[in-house]
Design a protein around this ligand. Structure first.
Ligand SMILES: [Fe+2]
Ligand SMILES: [Fe+2]
Length: 169
């Protein structure tokens, strides 16, 4: 049986992943409104992936005999200054999530909960990937400056992203 303290934190993380999904959906809608359909599509996929992250926590809590407790989802921001501003926010959000996963791992170690620690390992690696991907996009925006044709090309490039095999199932 999982410790109450860890169960609570896993439920908190489940909520954060659902919020991530909600935030990226809000970003997708912003891009939709601003005729950046490639970036919108990229964010919709990101939103689906975050929902999957939430479901990994949901399944794990049940598997270890815990109780899933769903909490209120915070209202995400829905307006940004520019496409670059959106991706900078996405990067800050991923950095926040990485910190949260690290803290959760620290707790699992402190409580000698090896099952939870092993479960979290996937997320530790995933966060490295996510931060690197979004950082790369932010860096590209910096190179672009105010170049409109560059923005058009970036929209096309980001629109090429497809759902990962796991998500497409
Ligand atoms: Fe996530
Ligand atoms: Fe993420």
């Amino acid at each position: 049986m999982i410790k109450r303290k860890i169960q609570n934190e896993l439920n908190e993380q489940l909520n954060k992943e659902i919020f991530s999904s909600y935030l990226y959906l809000s970003m997708a809608a912003y891009f939709e409104r601003n005729n950046l359909s490639g970036m919108s599509s990229w964010m919709r996929i990101q939103s689906i992936e975050e929902h999957e992250h939430a479901m990994k926590f949901y399944d794990f809590i049940i598997k270890v005999g815990g109780t899933v407790k769903l909490k209120a989802i915070k209202e995400p921001k829905n307006e940004w200054k520019s496409a670059k501003d959106v991706f900078e926010d996405a990067l800050a959000h991923e950095q926040f999530i990485s910190q949260s996963i690290n803290k959760l791992t620290d707790l699992a170690i402190a409580e000698s909960d090896h099952a939870t620690k092993t479960f979290l390992h996937w997320f530790v690696e995933e966060q490295v990937e996510e931060e690197a991907t979004v950082q790369q996009i932010v860096d590209n925006f910096k190179l672009l400056g105010n170049d409109k044709s560059g923005l058009f090309l970036m929209d096309r490039e980001l629109g090429a992203r497809t759902l990962s095999a796991q998500s497409a199932e």
